[in-house]
Design a protein around this ligand. Structure first.
Ligand SMILES: C[S@@+](CC[C@H](N)C(=O)[O-])C[C@H]1O[C@@H](n2cnc3c(N)ncnc32)[C@H](O)[C@@H]1O
Ligand SMILES: [Zn+2]
Length: 287
């Protein structure tokens, strides 16, 4: 855990800015204490109220296996290629990077590596509500603050602190994201486009992407952000049976699909050809 980055966190109880490490906990100035788990993540979820669970263990494991196949590496590359020129133009010595709904930390890890190759050392923070995602991300991203948080509530970060925010296939709470971004910050959002994984979805009769996902994104962010760049990334991939099963098991359809049915259908196939089709939209805060 990078304790220098704790100054960007905010107490979810009294909203005091900056936390400090104290044994197996982090504390605010008013002594509200939050557990640091054995794996190294900080739990800033409030005990009271409705707590969403986020991704299950099976979903997180499927996601980790699928991402390790490199199928989505071009998405990570595009995020890096978009973020780096912006950071170079800011010339901030230690930029703050935030990955919301960051899951296993795949994209934040790629971004950190890419920064390092440019001699930029970021302070990075990953927020996710899933205990399984937080455990896994904290084990891998040892110099990142991995924080269990519900991004639909108040994001437990100091206002105007983030230089680069990324959100990849994850929920977006526009007003809170706007609060934590610096005026000069950039928010990079990846959403599925119309043909994303269509070959897999069709095969299993799973409902495809809502074609209005990006429109919804643009509408929800427009009171706080304006678009500065937009890219559509489309490429064909050939998935093995295991990869097709993982991509179905890690996504929003995971709770509705009959895994055994999918397994038996996949048995008859050698490979599944499909498209990866996503948008990467880059936003700047409205001033
Ligand atoms: C589709 S996954 C994407 C994970 C990661 N961005 C990636 O692409 O590898 C969505 C992630 O958002 C998290 N999530 C869902 N609801 C959330 C919430 N209210 N607050 C924080 N994270 C949430 C899930 O636990 C999951 O890790
Ligand atoms: Zn407090």
């Amino acid at each position: 855990m990078n304790t220098d980055t704790l100054k960007y966190l905010k107490c979810p109880v009294c909203h005091a800015e900056g936390l400090r490490r104290d044994d197996n906990a982090v504390k605010c100035v008013n002594s509200h204490a939050f557990n640091v788990a054995r794996q190294g993540y900080i739990d800033l979820l409030l005990k009271a109220g409705k707590r969403p669970e986020g991704d299950s263990l099976a979903m997180v494991e499927a996601r980790a296996r699928f991402l390790a196949s490199g199928t989505y590496a071009p998405i990570a590359d595009l995020i890096c290629r978009t973020a780096i020129p912006h950071l170079r133009s800011l010339s901030v010595p230690t930029p703050v990077c935030l990955d919301l709904g960051g899951g296993t930390g795949y994209y934040l890890d790629a971004l950190r590596l890419c920064f390092k190759s440019q001699n930029i050392t970021p302070s990075s923070i990953l927020g996710d509500v899933s205990i399984y995602a937080a455990r896994r991300a904290a084990r891998i991203l040892t110099d990142t603050l991995v924080v269990r948080m519900d991004t639909w509530q108040q994001i437990p970060l100091v206002g105007s602190s983030v230089d680069v925010g990324i959100i990849v296939f994850a929920p977006r709470n526009a007003i809170e994201i706007a609060r934590v971004m610096r005026d000069t910050g950039r928010l990079l959002v990846v959403t599925p486009a119309e043909d994303h994984l269509a070959g897999v979805m069709k095969l299993f009769g799973v409902v495809g992407q809502e074609s209005n996902k990006r429109e919804h994104l643009l509408n929800s962010l427009s009171p706080y952000f304006h678009s500065v760049e937009s890219n559509r990334l489309r490429y064909e991939v050939t998935l093995t049976r295991d990869q097709a099963l993982d991509v179905l098991s890690m996504g929003p359809n995971a709770r509705h699909i009959d895994i055994e049915d999918v397994r038996s259908k996949l048995h008859a196939l050698n490979a599944i050809v499909t498209l990866v089709d996503v948008y990467l939209d880059s936003f700047a805060p409205n001033l």
